[in-house]
Design a protein around this ligand. Sequence first.
Ligand SMILES: CCCCCCCCCCCCC/C=C/[C@@H](O)[C@H](CO)NC(=O)CCCCCCCCCCCCCCC
Ligand SMILES: Nc1ncnc2c1ncn2[C@@H]1O[C@H](COP(=O)(O)OP(=O)(O)OP(=O)(O)O)[C@@H](O)[C@H]1O
Ligand SMILES: [Ca+2]
Length: 555
Amino acid sequence: MEKQPRLLCSELCVQRRPYEVILNCAILAWKDVQIGQKHTGRSIYGSVKAGSHCVPVCEIIAVQEKEDDSPCKDTGKWQKVPQSPVDCQHAFTVFYIERTRQHCWRCSNVTFHCSDQSLCLLWVQTIREQLGLLTNRPKRLLVYINPYGGKQRGKQIYDHKVAPIFSRATISTDVIVTERANHARDHLKTEADLKKYDGVVCVGGDGMFSEIMHGLVSRMQRDAGVDENSMEETLVPCGLRIGIIPSGSTDCVCYATAGSNDPVTSALHIVVGDSQPMDICSVHNEDSLLRYSVSLLGYGFYGDVLTDSERKRWMGPARYDISGVKTFLSHRYYEGTVSFLPAEGNLGTPRDKMQCLSGCAICRQTSSDRLVSKDEDSVSDAECRDTWTVIRGKFLAINAASMSCACPRSPKGLSPSAHLADGTTDLILVRKCSRIDFLRHLLRHTNKDDQFDHSFVEVYRVKQFRFTPRHQECDSEVDLRERESGAGGKRFLSQICREHRACGCMPSQSNWNCDGEILPYTAIQVRVHCQLITLFARGIEEQPVFEDPYTHCAI
Ligand SMILES: CCCCCCCCCCCCC/C=C/[C@@H](O)[C@H](CO)NC(=O)CCCCCCCCCCCCCCC
Ligand SMILES: Nc1ncnc2c1ncn2[C@@H]1O[C@H](COP(=O)(O)OP(=O)(O)OP(=O)(O)O)[C@@H](O)[C@H]1O
Ligand SMILES: [Ca+2]
């Protein structure tokens, strides 16, 4: 990293030891002057080895002056801190982000004691000025809490873990505790004065996130006069960022965008004003929009798990495991036709093992391509090229994963290489197979083995897809023939019905699981809308890099 000009450099006391403290516009660093040169290379992430510490300014949460004669933090006793080497009566505390286990962040702090008040004020003022330059940080948030999501701890989590962080960062909030399902969605769609806010936060699970996303996306389209029902329309992106404080049963949107489902980590991503664009699928039946989806659209296995689990909501998160085992044992398969428009260009493949990490090159490339060609994903162009692929078959599961869908149950997710913001979804077709093979496939979602490496599994990266269940294929085929051949159509109809009886299969059908909601139709048409919303997140960070913290702190 290039050396930045110093804004301040002083000798201050930390825990009664003298430290050389430096602030430039990129970092705050402090080094124990007695340990001096002995330190070795180490993490850029504010760790504490060898008496040297370094925190990027963009990861400082706040700075606060300490009252005179307050109890010394280090001893807990009321006392005047010793005068040597510097007088320590005047002090200020810096609150900053510290990385802990597995992508989790914590709010840490350090108190610097100064020789005189003017020096203390200078430090406080200069750090505040630097923080003031970080214009991506939200100042006013609208927060919706679902008190009944997950283990029903949403309110408690917000009050005890999140509100104190927002208040430390001087973020003002309007908080609404929801009173019914769709309360948040409807409020956002019709009532909320969005101009007052820099972002919207939901406290809950994927269902609650879905409410917020539907409210905001619909509001944007309505205000812009865009018809959401039409698949051909280019939707207008949302201006407000969305934060997720996870307290649901699966929390897959939070887990796949932050790397954990930890409420404090999510609150800190909001405070520092992170931005992660995200794709959204619109799901249609004929000329009407059914819903939007950001994570899983699943027919067959995941549809059946969800349908069964809805009757067991009272069990909390365990309902998915019980319904999962039950659905697995029932081993139902479904017939139908899947058609899709494959993704073109350098968008990778679902089996390329290129995980979508923070600053992902594929998603960044997609962003810049979109700036060049605004019309790049227009439906009519694609359809004109007539590149639809059609697959008929018997399936245990048809899944579309617009992101990895990583969650605590499956840390690498349904499609480990799916991208958050590339304008595509990964279509996973699991054909009819034996129970033991299906179990092998499911088990691979929980370990390092490749869940797509089975003869009965196919996976495609697509921009649009359609599904028609077999019984509707018959109907539409009949309709078409009847229309085409007039009276002769009646003969054709009876022939199809005879064939159907002969094959002995009951026209069974499943439901679509759309991000945890059941869709009322089985025949659907889906289109991916690239980067329609932005979250307060940064994607999953790579493991820390090691570097000399004091002089070459990489940021
Ligand atoms: C043997 C162990 C196999 C474990 C396999 C685990 C695979 C888990 C994959 C999870 C993918 C989650 C995708 C996210 C979907 C969310 O938009 C949605 C809303 O929150 N959640 C669900 O639909 C909730 C979906 C929850 C699905 C749970 C499925 C559990 C399957 C258990 C099968 C057990 C077979 C045991 C045989 C003896
Ligand atoms: N006050 C409320 N009363 C009843 N239901 C509500 C209320 N507020 C929100 N909901 C609904 O509760 C449903 C589930 O909420 P949420 O997503 O927070 O938890 P979950 O289902 O346990 O978690 P996940 O979606 O991660 O599996 C959502 O679909 C939401 O619409
Ligand atoms: Ca995607």
